[in-house]
Design a protein around this ligand. Structure first.
Ligand SMILES: *[C@@H]1O[C@H](CO)[C@@H](O)[C@H](O)[C@H]1NC(C)=O
Ligand SMILES: *[C@@H]1O[C@H](CO)[C@@H](O)[C@H](O)[C@H]1NC(C)=O
Ligand SMILES: CC(=O)N[C@H]1CO[C@H](CO)[C@@H](O)[C@@H]1O
Length: 732
């Protein structure tokens, strides 16, 4: 009996245990989940108005992440949005890197610890002004591949990486139904315009991408941005400077704005764009008053394109973006503070916003009123769209003053707690304070190479640059010899022949018999370039050495993987007895990278492998020169920057870590007039720095600097004045 009773009791316990297990696992799949309806994303059954901001983990250091996330939280954000950077994670096929700045799991856990959510934009195409739009360069050389279309090899690679990331997130329990912070993911990125151009294969690729993503069962919604035909249940979302007029493709999807541009990126050769916070706040308020329930600031912290991660073409090393947190991790005021006030006002309205639709009325010219009414209360948005005149508006028998181009928020339909154009936050101007004095430089001359050097590849004709370098270096030497007969007329009359070099981009330095003869470079608008110049040739064999320099690979455009870089010709020599000699098809030798790169001169070990000179022998204004100096860290914790204004173009390293490309020699062209916040904004409206270097300051992360004995290495292509370089700290 006892035994039977025991068995029964055990069976009962088993049933209870099984029941508990089933209910807990099903609740973690269903009820404790993220879903959506036409009003909003719902988290654990509750509709939310979510304020999100983009912070890209490789654009800062892990040491900076907790501070950035705390400032984002203090600024009133609920969500951190980031892309996933495939080429950082899989530098060669099957070899993964999730360390340091690429420690995605650590980044997400930092966000989680701060109590914020994550919107994970896996892509894996990400655009993002990031090298090759996030794709690894090897992907281009997978046989038969075509990017971002209905192509077998591409889809297989995309699926493999997407699964890798999703599985990693699942095994770390980072999706919201698992108790993690990820409430949403993104597949593809701004694909709509590409699909529109390529038609049918684009459409079937979109369907496949959505199905593939949804099939990964993350338990959280997927979105596609700028993708009007996003298949169910994927949500289509808006990117832009304004999105109030946007409607999702189904009436049961929420209205979401995944990229609200807080500013714009800087390119070498361009001025530095900024966006007045009055207009930014105005655009957000307009979106919210028109049923919007998710807003993301792109960027909330832009950061730095360290190393060679900046995209082609010509994207600067700074990715500051005029974001609420500046490149260095400091608050940009009044932008950060004014947006925080905006977020507070919106949050006061949240209960009524998620439980009603607005009633819209137009009480006068350029005036618009949105009233939300539900049993949760009443909230009103009063808007004046006039770009010049303030307005008086009577609402519920009270008079409200509205500055031009502004929205007032009344969370109780009575008190105007916030107006987008009335900025009460003080503005701060960060100072750059010189620290540490002059560097004690040593220099090392990077010889220009010639065709008969060893370790060159010899081929007939001119070849595409990236096919040869595989982006292992920015630099590719194109080398050839030119025979000049002693009876050439120009040797007597002194009329030097003209060398013409046509290149697909992005910059070229022309050396004749080891001497720099000229420089040419393209621009973001036109990466192609033509060098034309008289060259000094002598009777006999002359060495023509062209150093072709890539400034990142393209990141956007239909089939941008097919775009070329490098000297593709023609290359001609005009003014010889025979007329013009075409050098295009003759024998050319190729050498990838610099000697200093192969010696790893940027590292402590590598830099001691060659003889450096100093003092009166120090190279100044000399092209292709390496410089090194050691320095001690300035006291305190203020962010650091190098002033590179005296230099031309090249790259910088601290203790072996690449700060990025410097190019202060490229001056900002454009017109930087005054700019009013009122009126429709675009990226050309508000500009600064015209006539000056597009980027003068280069961020040196504190965590890369030791208390003493830091190695600073600069490679200079054009020839600069190294004694002009100095270290600054940035303080408010
Ligand atoms: C808000 O959404 C509702 C339901 O879809 C719609 O009827 C209404 O026109 C929308 N209002 C605005 C201002 O977009
Ligand atoms: C790439 O380089 C190889 C030689 O390294 C050459 O055979 C091939 O034709 C090149 N392809 C293109 C597209 O330039
Ligand atoms: C959706 C949207 O507003 N898109 C715009 C974003 O900004 C770019 C550049 O100004 C425009 O070309 C897009 O139309």
């Amino acid at each position: 009996m006892a035994a039977v009773w025991n068995t029964l009791r055990m069976r009962a316990w088993l049933y209870v245990a099984l029941f508990l297990w089933v209910s807990s696992s099903s609740s973690s799949l269903v009820s404790a989940s993220v879903s959506y309806d036409d009003k909003a994303i719902t988290i654990n059954g509750r509709r939310r108005i979510l304020i999100s901001g983009s912070i890209h983990y490789p654009r800062s250091t892990p040491e900076m992440w907790p501070g950035l996330i705390r400032k984002a939280k203090d600024g009133g954000l609920d969500v951190i949005q980031t892309y996933v950077f495939w080429n950082g994670h899989e530098p060669s096929p099957g070899q993964y890197n999730f360390e340091g700045r690429y420690d995605l799991v650590r980044f997400i856990k930092v966000v989680q610890q701060a109590g914020l959510y994550v919107h994970l934009r896996i892509g894996p195409y990400i655009c993002a002004e990031w090298n090759f739009g996030g794709f690894p360069v090897w992907l281009k050389y997978v046989p038969g591949i075509a990017f971002r279309t209905d192509n077998g090899p591409f889809k297989a690679a995309m699926q493999k990486f997407t699964e890798k990331i999703v599985n990693m997130m699942k095994s770390e329990k980072l999706f919201e139904p698992q108790g993690g912070p990820i409430i949403m993911s993104q597949i593809e990125n701004e694909y709509g315009p590409v699909e529109w151009e390529i038609g049918a294969p684009g459409k079937s690729y979109t369907k496949w991408a959505a199905q593939m993503a949804v099939g990964l069962n993350t338990g959280v919604p997927w979105i596609m941005c700028k993708q009007e035909d996003a298949p169910d249940p994927v949500i289509d979302t808006c990117n832009g400077f304004y999105c109030e007029g946007f409607r999702p493709n189904k009436n049961y999807k929420p209205k979401m704005w995944t990229e609200n541009w807080t500013g714009w990126y800087t390119k070498f050769g361009g001025p530095v764009p900024y966006r007045p916070v009055e207009d930014l706040a105005f655009s957000v308020a307009r979106f919210i008053q028109n049923n919007g329930s998710f807003v993301n600031y792109y960027m909330y912290h832009g950061g730095t394109n360290f190393g060679r991660t900046a995209a082609g073409l010509f994207i600067a090393t700074s990715y500051d973006y005029d974001a609420p947190i500046d490149e260095y991790g400091l608050l940009r005021q009044p932008k950060w503070g004014h947006l925080r006030e905006l977020h507070r006002a919106i949050k006061l309205c949240e209960p009524v916003l998620v439980s009603s639709y607005p009633q819209v009325s137009w009480p006068g010219k350029n005036l618009e009123v949105h009233v939300f009414n539900s049993k949760s209360g009443c909230a009103a948005f009063l808007a004046n769209y006039d770009t010049v005149s303030p307005a008086k508006l009577t609402f519920q028998n009270m008079q409200f003053e509205l500055p031009p181009w502004s929205v007032s928020i009344l969370p109780d339909c009575k008190n105007d707690v916030f107006n987008t154009a009335r900025v009460t936050t003080h503005s701060f101007h960060p100072n750059m304070i010189s620290v540490g004095g002059a560097f004690s430089w040593q220099s090392y001359n990077e010889e220009s190479v010639s065709a008969d050097d060893s370790d060159t590849i010899v081929m007939d004709g001119l070849f595409e640059q990236i096919n040869i370098t595989r982006d292992a270096s920015d630099y590719l030497w194109y080398l050839t010899d030119v025979n000049i007969r002693p009876d050439e007329e120009f040797l007597k009359n002194g009329q030097d022949p003209v060398l013409t070099v046509m290149s697909a981009g992005h910059a070229v330095h022309v050396f004749i018999n080891g001497q720099l003869s000229g420089i040419a470079y393209g621009s973001l608008e036109n990466p192609k370039l033509t060098y034309t110049g008289n060259v000094k040739l002598r009777a006999g064999v002359n060495k023509i050495s062209l150093l072709s320099v890539a400034v990142g690979l393209p990141n956007v455009g239909v089939h941008y993987e097919t775009w070329n870089a490098g000297v593709l010709g023609p290359v001609t020599l005009k003014g010889l007895n025979e007329g013009t000699r075409d050098l295009t098809k003759q024998k050319w030798s190729y050498k990838v990278g610099l000697r200093g790169e192969s010696l790893s001169l940027h590292t402590v070990g590598g830099s001691s492998s060659v003889e450096w000179v100093e003092g009166s022998l120090l190279a100044k204004k000399q092209p292709l020169t390496w410089y090194k100096a050691t320095f001690n860290a300035p006291e305190g914790n203020d962010p650091l920057a190098l002033d590179m204004n005296s230099m031309g173009k090249g790259q910088i390293w601290i203790n072996g870590e690449s700060i990025g490309r410097h190019w202060p020699g490229y001056k900002a062209r454009g017109s930087c007039g005054s700019c009013s916040y009122a009126g429709t904004f675009d990226e050309k409206k508000c500009l600064s720095n015209c006539g000056e270097a597009s980027q003068r300051w280069y961020h040196v992360p504190r965590s890369w600097v030791k208390p003493s004995g830091n190695l600073l290495v600069v490679f200079e292509e054009w020839g600069g004045e190294p004694t002009g370089i100095s270290l600054f700290k940035r303080t408010i």
